[in-house]
Design a protein around this ligand. Structure first.
Ligand code: C2O
Ligand code: CU
Ligand code: CU
Length: 438
């Protein structure tokens, strides 16, 4: 769905829906009948209007992940509750300087997020480039995971799965199990990849093909770089160019060790132990195609390393030990600075139009992908080492027992929104805080 004359009006209806996955009838959740929901294509300066109708049996709402839009009123206001059967009209106004790239949407009602996303509620948002990047073809690849019982239902997550973050047994690309993709030698494809998994990290590889990364999240390298892998934490997106060489390649997710709650969890998730998972097959065959034009350089990203920092703060992500629950260890409750989410409390007050430096510290034995709404973060230092390239992301992974330093410019929009762990089970369990910029 493309915007026309600066506006895109869409109706999104969330509802339980029977879909076909891997040849099986599955009772999933869906926007407008499909998994994933429709791709929304807009441009900087556009107004995106979404009329959300909640056909679920539970309350829900809508979040436009990564978009730099107001956190208030009918915009990206995650404090809105849309009751079962109700509707709500959202209006998102993208500023004229909104960065192009890959974004996405999903429900964001605290306590329901992991179940609703795991059920199938997500879709891509593309903010088009002002100057198109030459490519023969463009594809949107929304990667998600799901678990199905023998009757095609999605079983509810166990307490253990919630503690470490659930990972589905099947990893899907656009709702399909290992779909085939065909292209011709020499063709340049642009792949817009979304990690819509609730907790699974994707360490992506596509053997035998040339991969050129334009950027991650709203961040764009000044000149695109050749890579052989792309790592996406839950919530991250990649904007990737694939130049076809004759042959068959497998897009696979390599194992990623994200640690485990308490350092002793067994079997909760597969990305930490399993071998490579095949996600899609790319067949490059036929007559070679003349190469398209070179990839133009991108505007030099803003650099906050030389900015005047007006405040520094530390956010500590921890898995505190809660009430005992057996299994030899007790359940851990995720917290930020020792506290679980409270919708009536403002945890962090920042001054509008200031630049802050945040030290994101993870004291636990598993990774936490830290996400801030509205204002992107520039990564300054990871694990004590300065980052030498400009990296702007809205989900920044903080590996187990380490710290990551970021800078944030709180400009353009004031108001109240949240930061949280994008392992959505952790977010639902309280690893979220409220920030107010004024
Ligand atoms: Cu992708 Cu606060 O969410
Ligand atoms: Cu978000
Ligand atoms: Cu977490």
């Amino acid at each position: 769905l493309h915007s026309v004359n600066g506006a895109l009006d869409v109706a999104l209806k969330s509802s339980p829906q029977q879909v076909t996955i891997a040849g099986r009838d599955v009772r999933a959740l869906s926007y407008n009948g499909g998994v994933p929901g429709p791709t929304l294509r807009v441009r900087a300066g556009d107004t995106l209007s979404v009329s959300l109708r909640n056909g679920l049996k539970d309350p829900s709402n809508l979040h436009v992940h990564g978009l730099h839009v107001s956190p208030e009123n009918n915009s990206d206001n995650m404090f809105i509750t849309v009751a079962a059967g109700d509707s709500f009209d959202y209006q998102y106004e993208l500023p004229a300087n909104h960065p192009p790239g890959v974004y996405w949407y999903h429900p964001h009602l605290h306590g329901f997020v992991a179940d609703q996303v795991f059920g199938g509620l997500y879709g891509a948002i593309i903010v088009e480039d002002p100057e198109p990047i030459p490519a023969d073809r463009e594809r949107v690849l929304v990667i998600s995971d799901i678990t199905l019982d023998s009757a095609g239902n999605i079983p509810s997550a166990t307490p253990m799965e919630k503690m470490s973050g659930r990972e589905g047994e099947l990893v899907l690309v656009n709702g399909q199990l290992t779909p085939g993709i065909a292209t011709r030698p020499g063709e340049r494809e642009r792949w817009r990849i979304v990690n819509a998994c609730v907790s699974r990290y994707l360490r992506l590889r596509l053997d035998g093909q040339k991969l050129t990364l334009l950027g991650v999240d709203s961040g764009r390298f000044e000149s695109a770089r050749e890579v052989n892998k792309v790592v996406l934490a839950p919530g991250n997106r990649a904007d990737l160019l694939v130049t076809g060489s004759a042959g068959t390649s497998t897009l696979s997710a390599l194992s990623y060790d994200r640690g485990s709650a308490g350092g002793m969890m067994m079997g909760g998730g597969s990305s930490r132990g399993a071998d490579e998972i095949a996600l899609a097959t790319l067949t490059v065959a036929g007559e070679a195609v003349a190469p398209v034009a070179a990839i133009p350089n991108q505007p030099v990203p803003r650099d906050l390393r030389s900015a005047t920092v007006t405040a520094r703060r530390e956010l500590v992500f921890a898995m505190g030990t809660g009430m005992g629950m057996g299994m030899g260890g007790g359940m851990m409750s995720p917290t930020i600075n020792g506290r679980a989410f409270d919708a009536s409390r403002i945890d962090t007050t920042v001054q509008f139009d200031s630049v802050e430096e945040w030290l994101l510290t993870n004291t636990s034995t598993l990774d936490h992908p830290v996400h801030l709404h509205v204002w992107p973060m520039q990564i300054i230092e990871q694990d004590g080492r300065p980052v030498d390239t400009m990296m702007w992301q809205d989900v920044v992974n903080v590996p187990a027992r380490s710290s990551t330093r970021v800078r944030i410019a709180f400009d353009d929009f004031s108001g109240r929104t949240v930061y949280h762990c994008h392992i959505l089970d952790h977010e639902d369990d309280g690893m979220m805080g409220i920030i107010n910029a004024n």
